[in-house]
Design a protein around this ligand. Structure first.
Ligand SMILES: Nc1ncnc2c1ncn2[C@@H]1O[C@H](COP(=O)(O)OP(=O)(O)OP(=O)(O)O)[C@@H](O)[C@H]1O
Ligand SMILES: [Mg+2]
Length: 628
């Protein structure tokens, strides 16, 4: 395979690593657009802004008092800043007032300097309080959103995780939540304080001189349209830059995690080439984004000089001809110069706000998802459950229109071992997914001790069925903690006994810290088989009446496997066991073997029965006929 073109690469890696791609919006800085972005709708505008806003308000409204304090402080700090500037008027007028003595003028000046200092200090205190209150409000709201999201994720059915990639879910927690945070403690403040400053400045300008205000306002559209035009260009480049960054990050992530495969197939050079395409693209987009982001400030700054010069020129004429006071002129030109600032700020913050609201909408979409089905009003008790499992004419499809399991019926008694065999994709794992209601069946019934699985509380049902899943997963923590995951109240001795049953004890003892060895990154420091042994130990610890082993020993050598089997058999004497195995020697001693093919049980019986039938099982066992 040759290197793919830039277009192909960008399409394939578009937001591939959304968790990494969009760093949270950078705070401040002219033209810096919003962060975030994900596959499908980067920087999209929220679809239902009103609803999203009202839900967000719900989160911050809890901190009403703090919000009011923040608002008052915002008003105070803006008033102090404007008032401090306005005081210059009497100060200058007094300073150039020839009718007063020099001593009088200086004393007044000195007094006013202290007054100004006082006003500015009060302003600083207000700003400090406002920021503190707002950050407290926003971070508390964000904490609540993150908690709600995590809680929701814990409550979602397996279907959600099967159809959403980890990266996608991660990016809800990282990009989206972070952007909401930036919006709350940065953009919203800028927006409100910008509006207050604008109104305040305008009022003071009118108080100072109505005519000059009208002339300045005449130029205001230039700032508004000029500012938003540049912001638009800069946003376009910023979006492109984020997409390019997403592609680069996605590519890096994939090649680092798949580095062994890259090496096995000698793809290093192609990788380098493809990466350099993406990297070059990122460079060009970054140049545009940085340029237009950086140019915004100076351009707007220089344009504001025009209104400054005009106000100064015309104000000067008014001073000479109409007796306009010099102090008034000084403060006016100062206001005229800064008049455009809040307008620019507001137009820039709008982009961040829209993007954060779009993120908030994605978060709320997850919060609105249906959780796992609620328990029925008066559920059956799992207390003293024996483990009589029955599947009656079960039909199921992950997609209801596409049947995977067809009319499955079987019965298992405590102490029995039922095996599922069959080719890859036949539906073995799917059957076990139905027992503990990872998925609900469409037709038929599954009962345990004669009671439908739907009538048990979900938690208790899952506690009654221990599963060793086909894909192992170990959590960060010690080996002891990982095994104890099977039953949290187990003592150390019980954990060790379970490890012995699972034949894991001897390898654990050979590790440097024994049971206290810390497992890194899903057990990267263990072999595949050792990871499986720990998973089995977890199951051995549990006291559930039903046990499901899905390819639990597929990576373990046959001798160890036999050891485990003996151990588990002892353990499961009174319980019901379902075993799935490709290695048929594992299931030889099962009480009943179900041969699944395309979602149907095509043969059933014990090992000897099935061999004499000379059917599918015979083919699989003896390898007499190639599988299709
Ligand atoms: N989460 C899912 N969503 C949709 N389809 C799925 C899902 N999981 C499995 N399938 C489909 O269901 C069928 C049965 O899959 P299942 O995992 O039960 O096979 P299996 O018999 O356990 O195979 P293997 O021996 O490879 O583990 C397959 O065709 C598969 O494509
Ligand atoms: Mg499977």
């Amino acid at each position: 395979m040759g290197a793919r073109s830039l277009e192909e690469l960008k399409k394939q890696y578009k937001g591939a690593s959304s968790a990494l791609a969009g760093a949270p919006a950078r705070r401040g800085g002219p033209g810096r657009g919003p962060g975030g972005g994900r596959r499908g709708h980067p920087h999209g505008k929220p679809k239902n802004m009103k609803r999203t806003l009202s839900r967000l308000l719900h989160y911050i409204a809890v901190y009403k008092t703090r919000l009011i304090v923040a608002l008052i402080c915002m008003l105070g700090s803006t008033a102090a800043s404007l008032g401090g500037s306005y005081i210059l008027r009497p100060v200058i007028n007094n300073l150039i007032d020839g009718s007063k003595s020099m001593e009088e003028r200086l004393r007044y000046l000195l007094t006013m300097i202290f007054v100004m200092l006082g006003i500015y200090l009060v302003g600083v205190a207000f700003t400090y309080c406002q920021q503190r209150s707002m950050i407290l409000v926003s971070q508390s709201a964000i904490e609540k959103i993150r908690n709600d999201l995590f809680e929701k994720i814990q409550s979602l059915p397996v279907r959600f995780f099967d159809s959403n990639s980890t990266g996608e879910v991660m990016s809800r927690f990282t990009n989206d939540v972070d952007n909401i945070g930036v919006m709350l403690d940065n953009s919203v403040v800028s927006l409100i304080s910008g509006a207050i400053t604008l109104v305040g400045t305008l009022t003071l300008m009118i108080c100072t001189n109505v005519w000059l205000t009208l002339i300045t306002l005449f130029f205001a559209p230039i700032f508004i349209f000029g500012g938003s035009a540049i912001a638009k260009i800069s946003r376009k480049y910023y979006t492109a830059q984020q997409e390019a960054l997403g592609a680069v990050n996605g590519y890096i992530e994939e090649s680092v995690s798949g580095q062994k495969v890259v090496k096995v197939f000698n793809h290093e050079q192609i990788c380098e080439k493809e990466f350099s395409f993406l990297n070059e693209d990122l460079r060009s987009k970054q140049i545009g984004a940085q340029f237009w982001g950086g140019v915004m400030g100076p351009i707007m700054g220089n344009t504001s000089q025009i209104s400054y010069s005009l106000a100064a020129g015309i104000g000067g004429i008014l001073c000479v001809l109409r007796g306009f006071d010099t102090g008034g002129l000084t403060v006016f030109v100062n206001f005229a110069r800064h008049f455009s600032m809040p307008i620019n700020n507001i137009s820039q913050q709008m982009a961040t706000i829209f993007s954060a609201l779009a993120g908030a909408e994605r978060v709320f979409t997850i919060l609105d998802l249906e959780p796992e089905p609620a328990d029925i009003p008066s559920p059956a008790s799992t207390e003293g459950m024996k483990g009589y499992v029955e599947l009656k004419h079960v039909t199921f499809g992950y997609d209801p229109n596409k049947t995977i399991l067809k009319d499955i019926s079987l019965y298992a008694k405590p102490g029995q071992k039922i095996a599922f065999v069959g080719s890859t994709g036949a539906g073995k794992t799917t059957v076990t997914n139905l027992l503990n209601r990872f998925y609900d069946i469409q037709e038929g019934e599954i009962t345990i001790d004669g009671v439908s699985v739907r009538d048990y509380p979900l938690d208790d049902l899952r506690r009654s069925i221990t599963m060793v899943l086909q894909d192992t997963h170990l959590f960060s923590g010690t080996i002891m903690e990982n095994i104890r995951y099977g039953r949290l109240d187990a003592t150390d001795d019980e954990v060790i006994a379970a490890a012995k049953t699972a034949s894991a004890h001897s390898f654990i003892m050979r590790l440097s810290d024994g049971y206290n060895t810390v497992i890194e990154g899903d057990g990267a420091n263990l072999s595949q088989g050792q990871r499986q042994l720990l998973n089995i130990a977890r199951a051995a610890l549990s006291k559930a009446p039903i046990l499901v082993l899905d390819e639990a020993t597929s990576s373990v050598d046959t001798r160890t496997e036999r050891h485990i089997e003996h151990g588990m058999d002892r353990l499961m004497k009174e319980r019901t066991t379902f075993v799935i195995a490709h290695r048929l020697s594992t299931v030889r001693n099962a009480n009943a073997i179900m041969v699944l093919e395309h979602g149907e049980i095509i043969e059933r019986g014990d090992h000897d029965d099935l061999l004499t039938q000379k059917g599918r099982y015979y083919e699989l066992y003896t390898g007499k006929k190639e599988l299709d």
